[in-house]
Ligand binder design. Structure first.
Ligand code: SF4
Length: 342
């Protein structure tokens, strides 16, 4: 099997060019051909030599992902894509500012968050950098659009696939390639503390979101097994580090679960965690599934929770719901597909 050309960062391709008797600038020509001119085969890159075309044809392929299923609603499309015998999903959302896409980083996920459909699908493997990037490229090509924002919040824990994530970010932001602004990308983690520090040390402008979902350790440990490894105070210390190094705001994702984490007490605890920090809270109405142990918090309760945060001077929004009726929760499309084919 040939390697995917989409797996390579530009510096990696430059090194391959030099090691095989070609010139460093040939990597730029290949990147521009693939990502800017969107050629379908190496022979269509007009400004490279026959020898280089042969080398590329012999060793690499330009292959997009196959779309198995697409579910569409007014503002949201959900896609099931195939990656070498497995499936992943991504979600395209239309906003007034443009199109954003939520992409996956692993096939399945080992983090086991109790409220998450993806957490029920055990990790099979990490996605390669190319497979992460190709979700964006495949959907742009399919829908004939340009994506303006990328959210790395789909199936998988991005920081559990750190090296491939970092390379995928390099490919997405490469000026001679896709050239997506770093500030247009958000990576979401369930809170792998050492990796948050590593991420800070990359000094990128990529946004960081934390799946917090609970305001104290007891509650968080019931919802998210990762919090047995890293307590909230360790998590907050890594976030302080991230903010001090990058001076970038961090988003806290907080799924509202009825009678679990939606009390006034929780709102006050969450406010005190965020107070005085460059943190923005995103309250997310829960998308219940038929077999879920959790229920959705009412609008009134969410508004009450929101008001407590506002009163405490916290920047907070209630996330607009999108994709209702098309298996909106992360992992639902893949989970239902796998149930059907089993
Ligand atoms: S919320 Fe994210 S980290 Fe947790 S199980 Fe789901 S995909 Fe994995």
């Amino acid at each position: 099997m040939k390697n995917s050309i989409f797996d390579l960062t530009k510096p990696e391709l430059e090194a391959i060019m030099l090691n095989n008797g070609f010139k460093k600038f040939n990597a730029t020509q290949v990147f521009e051909g693939i990502y800017k001119k969107k050629v379908e085969c190496f022979d269509d890159i007009v400004n490279i030599s026959k020898d280089l075309k042969k080398f590329l044809n012999d060793n690499y392929e330009i292959r997009y992902l196959d779309v198995i299923e697409a579910l569409k609603s007014e503002d949201t499309n959900k896609y099931l894509l195939s990656v070498r015998g497995s499936t992943i999903e991504c979600v395209l959302m239309s906003h007034d500012y443009g199109k954003s896409i939520c992409i996956s980083t692993q096939i399945g996920c080992n983090m086991g968050c109790k409220f998450c459909e993806s957490g029920k699908l055990k990790k099979i493997r990490d996605l390669t950098p190319g497979e992460i990037v190709l979700q964006v490229l495949t959907i742009e090509r399919l829908e004939n659009i340009r994506v303006s924002n990328v959210v790395i919040m789909g199936i998988g824990e991005p920081f559990d696939n750190f090296a491939n994530l970092v390379n995928a970010l390099a490919i997405l932001t490469e000026p001679k390639g896709i050239d997506l602004g770093s500030r247009k990308i958000t990576v979401s983690t369930c809170g792998i503390v050492p990796k948050i520090k590593d991420f800070a040390n990359l000094h990128t402008q990529v946004n960081l979101a934390i799946s917090l979902h609970a305001s104290n350790d007891d509650l968080r440990q019931k919802l998210m097994p990762i919090s047995k490894a890293y307590k909230i105070n360790e998590l907050m210390e890594s976030i302080d580090y991230y903010i001090s190094v990058t001076n970038r705001r961090v988003t806290f994702e907080y799924i509202m679960l009825l009678d679990i984490n939606d009390s006034e007490e929780c709102a006050k605890e969450l406010a005190s965690l965020c107070k005085g920090k460059l943190i923005y809270v995103n309250l997310i109405p829960y998308n219940s599934t038929s077999d879920s142990q959790f229920k959705r918090t009412s609008k009134e309760r969410i508004t009450n929770f929101y008001n407590i945060l506002v009163k405490n001077g916290i920047n907070v929004v209630i996330r607009k719901e999108m994709g209702k009726g098309i298996k909106g929760a992360c992992g639902q499309l893949k989970a239902s597909y796998e149930r059907e084919v089993k």
